[in-house]
Design a binder for this molecule. Structure first.
Ligand SMILES: [Fe+2]
Length: 219
């Protein structure tokens, strides 16, 4: 055998939904109306508005349409990440989501997401960034191999960052534990997105649950 293997790869799905302009316009209106009525929830967002994590329960047909986007994307990344061994059904998926509205100077501190399987973001409205502010509103992922930064090897991918553009109609899906942040929005444009977490109840999770008993009522 004579091979250089690439190991410990991290999947990130980037999917641009064509024909989503009308849906995005309606979602923008729904989200902005909600923003006008509710105070922000404080998470890693600085200067921007976050909704509660109940977005998927908002009573609109557009939200149902968005759920179908999540199901499709989760199937795609899961199938790829398991080398075609697991193609999850919608019944295996549990999700929550929250909307975000960002204006000039707002950003997101470095963070990862709570316990689940996949996390993601979908950009509802985002003007492409001008030449002079190339990083404005971009999402950036850090190399999860924490000690890589100590490797002195120019042009390798050890310790690098992956920067993705927030285009309207784009969904980005990644493992929940992957650290990321959002650069400050540098221009005056409005950016609206929906973030979400998906937990997969795989057969091994269900099997493990079947070996456990509830401890409620024990004092
Ligand atoms: Fe995030």
């Amino acid at each position: 055998m004579h091979v250089v293997k690439s190991v410990f790869c991290t999947p990130i799905l980037v999917r641009d939904w064509g024909d989503s302009a009308d849906l995005n316009q309606r979602l923008s209106k729904i989200i902005l109306e909600k923003e006008a009525k509710a105070p922000t929830v404080q998470r890693s967002n600085i200067g921007s508005w976050d909704s509660n994590k109940d977005f998927l329960e908002w009573p609109y047909a557009e939200v149902q349409q968005f759920k179908a986007f999540i199901v499709d994307a989760v199937r795609e990344i899961t199938f790829k990440a398991t080398k075609g061994k697991y193609n999850p059904k919608p019944e295996d998926m549990f999700a929550h989501a929250w909307a975000n509205v960002s204006r000039a100077d707002s950003y997101r501190k470095i963070h990862n997401h709570e316990s689940c399987t996949w996390s993601g973001v979908y950009y509802v409205k985002s003007r492409l960034v001008k030449e002079k502010c190339k990083s404005s509103g971009n999402i950036e992922f850090l190399d999860p191999r924490m000690l890589c930064i100590a490797t002195e090897l120019p042009d390798s991918n050890f310790g690098g960052r992956v920067k993705l553009l927030p285009r309207a109609g784009r969904m980005v899906l990644f493992p929940n534990w992957l650290h990321h942040y959002v650069n400050p929005v540098e221009d005056k444009s409005l950016r609206i997105c929906i973030a979400f977490n998906v937990k997969l109840e795989t057969s091994s999770v269900k099997r493990r649950m079947n070996t456990m008993c509830a401890l409620g009522g024990v004092s």
